[in-house]
Design a protein around this ligand. Structure first.
Ligand code: NAP
Ligand code: ZN
Length: 335
């Protein structure tokens, strides 16, 4: 097959530049996908800046991909040319370890992220292991579904795996790309939902997305007023927060789950954790099994990303706007 064309970053913090690579022979377990849309996740910004020290330059970012299968390797039985698929953070795993065998491929020690050590979705095509190309239900629009492939699964998995239900009081912290989908899924799970935001002008939109309540985190004493109120708090913020205030906002047996990646360590007092039997945890994107289920739930409960579309060639503009927290609520690049 021919060269793949995209936009790559060559050094930490640099602009994206036109880039091409020769993908070689299609491996037996791979599919090749012609990309129509790719979301701009804040993790792409972290990778572009090498905030996590794991970026391998040059690389093409992008891991919220929707496109059409155009080629299948000789061993691929689950997909054929013409099928519309979504691809998220993960492009491959070993397939044989205990985690892969039980359907938790996202926990595989040999997991291959889509755009770390590989080239991602700010491009015309991509290849991944066919297990990580998930068919997209027909009713979902490609532009609105692309952000679900990372942003959506990252909020869906913890809500599901921590057993959020109609009796649950849930708070979503940070109403950006992940958070605005988190409000919708938390509502679909039947919970009483609170949006925590540092942008008071997001209140009306947050309520339209499913929040019953809105807390402006810039108000002094805002967290003290909701002490002891929540069963499950999901933080999607990439900045340091009043973590102790959020732990104190949990009810007994409540959980604070961190999916956003703040720059500093999270320091907490032991007694509020011990006394109320509270927990703090993290959660990575999610397994292919959860991706299939999440897309199905999104289709049936009308969960979709609110997007701002950019032409693929304008990816630098999209990244700049994400860096400034000016996108409402997810930038999506379109080919
Ligand atoms: P985003 O679209 O930029 O949204 C982040 C939101 O956090 C902002 O909209 C803002 O919401 C809030 N925020 C509050 N204070 C902020 C500050 N000082 N700087 C920036 N934002 C601030 O980002 P995203 O794509 O949702 O990603 C959020 C985080 O999740 C990133 O760290 C990303 O790397 C991480 N992530 C993790 C996983 C995982 O597997 N765990 C997967 C995907 C992404 P308000 O205006 O409402 O305050
Ligand atoms: Zn992401």
């Amino acid at each position: 097959m021919s060269e793949i064309h995209g936009l790559a970053v060559h050094a930490a913090g640099a602009q994206l530049l036109p880039f091409k690579y020769e993908p070689g022979d299609l491996k037996p377990d791979e599919v090749e996908v012609k990309i129509s849309h790719c979301g701009v996740c804040h993790s792409d910004v972290h990778l572009i800046n090498n905030d996590w020290g794991m970026s391998r330059f040059p690389f093409i970012p992008g891991h919220e991909i929707v496109g059409t299968v155009v080629g299948t390797g000789s061993d691929v039985k689950n997909l054929k040319a013409g099928v519309r698929v979504g691809i998220g953070w993960q492009a491959d795993s070993c397939g044989v370890c205990e985690w892969c065998r039980q359907g938790d491929e996202h926990l595989c020690a040999k997991s291959q992220p889509t755009c770390v050590g590989r080239h991602g979705g700010y491009a015309d095509r991509i290849r991944v292991n066919s297990r990580f190309a998930i068919p997209v239900p027909e009713v979902l629009d490609s532009e609105n579904v692309a952000p679900l492939l990372c942003g959506g699964i990252t909020v869906y998995s913890p809500l599901r795996n921590h057993d959020v239900r109609p009796s649950s009081r849930v708070g979503v912290i940070g109403i950006g790309g992940l958070g605005h989908i988190g409000l919708q899924f938390a509502r679909a799970f039947g919970a009483e939902v609170t949006a925590f935001s540092s942008s008071k002008d997001k209140e009306d939109e947050a309520k339209a997305m499913g929040a019953h309540h809105f807390v402006n985190t810039r108000d002094t004493g805002a967290l003290r007023k909701v002490a002891g109120s929540f069963d499950f708090l999901l933080s999607t913020v990439s900045a340091d927060q009043d973590w102790q205030g959020y732990v104190n906002a949990l009810r007994p047996k409540g959980t604070l789950c961190v999916v956003g990646v703040p720059p500093s360590a999270i320091a907490l007092q032991a007694f509020p954790l011990i006394g109320g039997q509270r927990a703090v945890c993290g959660s990575p994107t999610g397994s292919p099994r959860d991706l299939h289920e999440m897309l199905d739930v999104a289709a049936r409960h009308n969960v979709k990303a609110i997007t701002e579309r950019f032409a693929m060639a304008k990816a630098n503009d999209a990244v700049a706007k994400v860096k400034k927290s000016q996108v409402r609520y997810r930038a999506v690049l379109a080919n």
